[in-house]
Design a protein around this ligand. Sequence first.
Ligand code: SF4
Length: 361
Amino acid sequence: SIKHVHEYRDGELARQITGAIKKIATHDMRLMEVCGTHTMSIFRHGIRSVLPRQITLLSGPGCPVCVTSQRDIDCFIALASFENTIVTTFGDLMRVPGTVSSLQQEKAKGCDVRIVYSVFDAVEIAAQNPDREVVFCAVGFETTTPTVAASILMADQRHISNFSIHSAHKTTPAALGALMETPGVKIDGFLLPGHVSVITGTSGYKEVFERYRVPSVIAGFEPVDILTAVLMLARQYESKAPALENAYARAVAEEGNMKAKEIMARVFEPCDATWRGIGVIPQSGMALKPAFSSFDALGRFDLKVVDSGEPKGCACGEILMGLRTPESCPLYKRSCTPAHPVGPCMVSSEGSCAAFYRYQG
Ligand code: SF4
């Protein structure tokens, strides 16, 4: 068994696992890496090129910026235009194009938009600017939501009443179920996200696994982690014995992080949420509970954002569902580049289009 981190990068071990995959994989199979960090790691280490041709790796809906709906992006931008408001955000949202502008463009126009590295910095900005309204653009999966929940509890405790969030948080297992229900989607195995699973635990996927019985393996991010998970998925698929397995036991426990889950459940409750390109997925979002509704930016500002749909011609939605690859988007590398992105998949460092652009030239 592997005990040291450097062993997860061991070239010889990786070759052995790849050899085992080649022996086992006799049928074509489409495996989806759900998480954007996996996508990046797969590209960085050239994992696609060492796998047998029977195995196709698809990128899934696991880049939090990429799945944020155009309407939510437009809401963030609209919030920035309110006088007396400071909009705080993680850096990767800045350049995501909304319908007519972006947070970066609003900042250039003179709006007060600030990049923070932690939501607690946003709370601090609110504490230091009691006569201004401070809004945090809350996107992210189970990895991010508990921290945002903790920041709300902190603001509540410190009676910081000029802090609010617009929650576009989403949950991962709900998205997997929605994918399986989408016509045309064909997924033979899920490479489940490592970081998210630290919070949800293996148990977080039980329901969706029992329902669809698709081979599912939680994976870490080193090459050996990913290859091991692919081997396990291939084994399950070839033996027609789907299972929910954990190949990242050094970080992921069966029940996950109970404390983080408890904080999340104190502040947020599930709600229907719109995912870019996928549409509304029931109970896949996280809304502030009524007890914390005073921290909801939508209740404080009179936002007039119409749903104007996604950028014309952008295939981010289909790419997030594994229905297309970036090269098949007519805008890819033409009117859409990292310098001039049309969709979020080209902006975010975890986006599929950005990964293809960077590593496939
Ligand atoms: Fe959207 Fe650009 Fe990707 Fe096409 S290449 S899907 S326009 S982000």
